[in-house]
Design a protein around this ligand. Structure first.
Ligand code: AMP
Ligand code: GLY
Length: 423
C-alpha cells in the first residue's frame, strides 16, 4: 500500500514510525513532514492545510490511504474532498469535526445526550456574558467557541480575569472569528486524563489509557501549552473507570453524532476531568493527541493499518488492540520561552548518541535542517519517548536520553510521569 500522512509534528512522526513497521505498507509519504520523519518517509513539501494540493498529490500518486494528523485540515473538510474524489482517508468529515471545531456544538451535543460535563452557557453578546459571569462568580472558565490553536481557553481564578477574557475574545477579537461567540463554563476540579477510541461511526475500539501534562512547568504550574509530556498506561484510569468512560461518554457520543446526522469516524479524543472516581468531559478533539500519540503508538503491538482502513471504510470489527506490557513516557523538549515567544535556530546536539539507545525514540516536532545541522524551529521541538517495565523505569529511560540532548535555551519538565508514581 501507499500511505500519505498529513502533518509535520511529533504526533505525525509517531504515526509514520508505527506505519513504517506494517508489512502492508510499501511506500510512505508525509506532507509536510520534518527532518525526523524524513528518515522513514518521503516528505512532500505541501502544507497540512493546502487541501487542493494534497488531493492533487494523492490522486497523482494513487495513494491507497491518507491519515490526517492535525485538526485544521479536518475542520476545513479534507475528508469530504478526498472521499468525493474516491480516495480512502482516515478522519472525521467536516460536519463531524465540529466536535472539536465548535465548543458550542460539542457542549450542546453533551447536553442533549446526557454526557457528563461542566455546566455552561453560550453567548454572542459581551454584556450578557459579563452578567452571567457576575452571577456565577469565580473560578470560572471562558472559551472562544472556534479553533484558536489551543489558546482559546482561559481558566479564570477571579471575576475580573474572566471579564477581561471575554473582552479580549469578543471586543478585541484576539482569536479572530473563533471568538464571535464564547462558552462560559463551570470550573471543574480533579485530575485530567486523555481517552482515545478508534471508531467507524458505529463501532468503537478504545485505546490504552494515557495522561498529558499541559502546564509549562513542574507541579502543573505556569501557562497552558500544547502538552509538555505524556505517558501510558495512566493508573488514574482503572479498569472500572475505563468501562464507565466507554459506557457513559464514548458510546453516547458516537451514537449521538450518528443521530445528529453527522456520524463520526476516525479517532475520538476525549479530554477528561476525574474527580472522586467519576469522569466528566473537558473537551473533545477530532484527532490523536500530541504528545499522547507518542507513548501510545510505542506501546501498540497490533498492526495499525487494518484499524485505520476499517475506520475509513465504515467496517470496524476488531474489538481489541494488543499492547506491549511495557510503559512508555514521552518528555517534550521545548524551545526557550515556549509557550510565549521562543528562541530558535540553535543547533541540537546529541541526537546521534540517542540513536543507539534501546527502547528510546526521539520524535521530531519543531526541527529543521540548516546546512546539514538539525536546529530548533518550533515551540515543542522533540518528544523523547522511552519504554520500561514500569512507569518508573520508563521515566528513567526517557530522562536518560533527554540528558544526552542539548541546544541553547532548551526547556523541559522534570516531573513527567510522576503522578503515576504517586498512586
Ligand atoms: P483546551 O484548550 O480545551 O484543551 O483546554 C485547556 C485546558 O483548560 C484543559 O486541559 C484544562 O486543564 C482546562 N480546562 C478547560 N475547561 C475546564 C473546566 N471546565 N474546568 C477546569 N479546567 C478546564
Ligand atoms: N495533548 C493535547 C492535544 O493534543 O491537544
Amino acid at each position: 500500500m501507499k500511505i500519505l500522512v498529513v502533518g509535520g509534528g511529533g504526533r505525525e512522526h509517531a504515526l509514520v514510525w508505527k506505519l513504517a513497521q506494517s508489512p502492508l505498507v510499501e511506500t510512505l509519504y508525509c506532507a509536510p513532514g520534518n527532518p525526523g520523519i524524513a528518515r522513514l518517509a518521503d516528505c512532500v513539501h505541501i502544507p497540512a492545510d493546502d487541501i487542493e494540493a494534497l488531493l492533487d498529490f494523492a490522486l497523482a500518486e494513487k495513494i491507497d490511504l491518507t491519515v490526517v494528523g492535525p485538526e485544521v485540515p479536518l475542520t476545513l473538510g479534507i475528508v469530504d474532498r478526498f472521499q468525493a474524489a474516491g480516495l480512502e482517508i482516515f478522519g472525521p468529515n467536516q460536519a463531524a469535526a465540529r466536535i472539536e471545531g465548535s465548543k458550542s456544538f460539542s457542549k450542546d451535543l453533551m447536553a442533549k445526550y446526557a454526557i457528563p460535563t461542566a455546566a455552561y452557557r453560550t453567548f454572542t453578546e459581551r454584556d450578557a456574558a459579563v452578567a452571567y459571569i457576575k452571577a456565577q462568580g469565580a473560578p470560572i472558565v471562558v472559551k472562544a467557541d472556534g479553533l484558536a490553536a489551543g489558546k482559546g481557553v482561559i481558566v479564570a481564578m477571579s471575576m475580573d480575569q474572566a471579564i477581561a477574557a471575554v473582552d479580549d475574545i469578543m471586543l478585541d477579537k484576539v482569536f479572530g472569528a473563533a471568538g464571535a461567540s464564547v462558552v462560559i463554563e463551570e470550573f471543574m476540579e480533579g485530575e485530567e486524563a486523555s481517552f482515545f477510541a478508534f471508531t467507524d461511526g458505529r463501532n468503537i475500539l478504545p485505546l490504552a489509557s494515557s495522561q498529558d501534562h499541559k502546564r509549562a512547568f513542574d507541579n502543573d504550574e505556569g501557562p497552558n501549552t500544547g502538552g509538555m509530556g505524556a505517558y501510558s498506561p495512566a493508573p488514574v484510569v482503572t479498569a472500572a473507570l475505563h468501562d464507565e468512560i466507554v459506557a457513559t461518554i464514548v458510546k453516547p457520543t458516537i451514537a449521538g453524532m450518528a443521530s445528529e446526522g453527522c456520524p463520526y469516524s476516525g479517532i475520538l479524543y476525549v479530554g477528561l476531568m476525574i474527580k472522586d472516581g467519576r469522569p466528566r468531559v473537558v473537551e473533545y478533539n477530532a484527532r490523536f493527541g500530541d504528545p499522547e500519540a507518542q507513548p501510545l503508538l510505542m506501546r501498540m503491538k497490533s498492526d495499525i493499518v487494518p484499524v485505520l482502513q476499517a475506520c475509513a471504510r465504515g467496517d470496524l470489527r476488531q474489538d481489541s488492540i494488543k499492547w506491549h506490557d511495557k510503559a512508555a513516557v514521552c518528555v517534550v523538549m521545548a524551545s526557550g520561552g515556549y509557550p510565549a515567544a521562543y528562541t530558535k535556530g540553535f543547533e541540537i546536539t546529541g541526537l546521534d548518541n540517542v540513536l543507539a539507545m534501546d527502547d528510546v525514540m526521539v520524535f521530531h516536532a519543531g526541527t529543521s535542517l540548516e546546512n546539514g545541522r538539525v536546529v530548533n524551529t518550533g515551540g515543542r521541538v522533540l518528544g523523547v519517548t522511552g519504554l520500561g517495565r514500569t512507569v518508573a523505569e520508563a521515566i528513567a529511560c526517557a530522562y536518560g536520553a533527554v540528558a544526552k540532548i542539548h541546544w541553547k535555551g532548551v526547556h523541559f519538565r522534570r516531573d513527567i510521569g510522576r503522578k503515576a508514581l504517586n498512586r
